[in-house]
Design a protein around this ligand. Structure first.
Ligand code: F0G
Length: 448
């Protein structure tokens, strides 16, 4: 088989800047060993997130020029509504400025003290928004799925039996809705099978509990269904995505991921009464329901992005480039969460740096070392992000959509060759300043 190439060529370039190792040592020290506090200009290869970091296409930029900035009923909103409704099949699609705005509005309407919101695994902002309302966010995933070494096609799946136990123990009246995160970002970017979505829905139906998709990476999930689940090889990505949404009663979406846009999101629901309450709250903080905190041009970019993301050549290249990085790291003995997910490679820093105990944040230590060694920025997903609840000490290398070439990825691999050679000299970290909520964003550290 020939190399799977980037199915696009480059029309506009954005320079990235080299720094010396000495400069980077000073920069990371000054940033309290927290890469969120580094200037982007001081980063060479930014793998912090795949969120909002995508390169837009010529059609998206053309849409930006066509953006209709009318306050109410703009043409751009109608295009956005048309594309999102026909994709999700939902009766109401309400634009928001990003995923967490959808989460905040949704959970402030349905969650409060005594309520439990299950998910295969909640993303950190989803969990924080649920807990902010006094409700409990429950992750319902089997031990197999969080075993980093297990090779299985759908390790993002909901544990259906555990979900049934949770609903019976909690009382269905205390479960306002159930989420499914596709793909499951907090556990290795792993996909959820169509069979599992269907089984989750049929269980919830017995208890009259609505199913919501956290649809940020719905298209990557659809690709894994197409390539891994029986019966879907000849079904188009769009039809697979439509089937996924057909089992849901609503969804939250961050357009910063699989809508290949730099900002935006939406909240979609079938329930007319809930939609009315969402719109009322939207007007308070986000804006009028035909723009929801976005410019008309953003709505155009999102509508176009949602079409392009379902192109099979794009998705084949996308998933392959992530897999390529994972293969090369594994070949040099770097332990990763297997198999590679849709948008990122997750390094098992706990096992890569066994001399650093969890209390000394091996993931954060590796993130700092990657920056010093090669100017690469990544994010810890472990004890810094999740505290004592963390099951793993991971470092996520998220790949922005359509931004990097293969030689950028090969450079990352070379930096890891250097890190691997000298890894016993990497030291653990402790908090210099610890913040309360979502502490990975703003806390600072110092070497132990
Ligand atoms: N749900 C999931 C699964 C996410 O990955 C994110 C964001 C959100 C919700 C919130 O969306 O950022 O638009 O408010 N994830 C980014 C990341 C930040 O780096 O994984 P948002």
């Amino acid at each position: 088989m020939k190399t799977i190439i980037e199915p696009f060529r480059i029309k506009m370039v954005e320079p990235i800047r080299m720094t010396t190792k000495e400069e980077r040592e000073a920069i990371i020290r000054k940033a309290g060993y927290n890469p969120f506090l580094i200037k982007a200009e001081d980063v060479l290869i930014d793998l912090l997130t795949d969120s909002g970091t995508s390169a837009m296409s010529q059609e998206q930029w053309a849409g930006m020029m066509r953006g209709d900035e009318s306050y109410a009923g703009s043409r751009s909103f109608l295009r956005f509504e048309d594309v999102t409704k026909s994709l999700t099949g939902m009766r109401h699609v309400i634009p928001t400025h990003q995923g967490r705005a959808s989460e905040r509005i949704l959970f402030s309407l349905v969650a409060d003290k005594g309520k439990v919101v299950p998910s295969n695994t909640h993303f950190d902002t989803t969990r924080a928004n649920i807990e902010h309302e006094g409700a409990m966010a429950a992750d319902v995933i089997s031990d197999d799925c969080i075993d980093p070494d297990l090779i299985a096609p759908f390790k993002g799946n909901m544990d259906i039996e555990a979900l049934e136990r949770l609903i019976r123990d909690t009382g269905p009246e205390n479960v306002p809705l159930c989420m499914l995160t596709v793909t499951n970002n907090a556990t290795g970017g792993q996909p959820v099978s169509m069979a599992n979505i269907r089984a989750t829905k049929s269980l919830l139906r017995q208890f009259d509990i609505p199913l919501f998709l956290d649809a940020c990476r719905f298209a990557e999930n659809a690709w894994f269904i197409k390539t891994r689940e029986e019966g879907y090889a000849d079904v188009s990505l769009r039809d697979i995505a439509k089937e996924m949404f057909s089992y849901a009663d609503g969804c939250t979406m961050s357009a910063k991921k699989d809508a290949i846009s730099n900002i935006g999101g939406f909240l979609a629901v079938n329930d007319d009464g809930l939609a009315q309450r969402i719109r009322a709250l939207l007007i308070l903080t986000e804006g009028f329901p035909t723009y929801g905190g976005l410019a008309g041009r953003d709505l155009e970019a999102i509508a176009q992005g949602l079409i392009e993301v379902l192109d099979e050549d794009y998705m084949r290249y996308r998933v392959r480039s992530v897999e390529f990085l994972g293969e090369r790291l594994m070949a040099m003995g770097v332990p990763i969460f297997q198999p590679t997910g849709g948008h990122a490679v997750y390094i098992d820093a706990g096992r890569f740096l066994p001399h650093i105990p969890a209390e000394q944040f091996p993931g954060q230590a590796l993130v700092a070392a990657m920056y010093v060694e090669g100017g690469i920025r990544a994010v810890e997903i472990g004890s810094v992000m999740f505290g004592n609840d963390s099951r793993h000490e991971l470092v996520r290398l998220a790949i922005p959509r359509r931004v990097l070439t293969q030689s950028h990825i090969e450079y990352v691999v070379e930096v890891f060759e250097d890190i691997t050679r000298s890894k016993t000299s990497i030291r653990g970290l402790k908090f210099a300043h610890e913040t309360d909520v979502l502490r990975h964003f703003t806390s600072t550290f110092e070497p132990v």
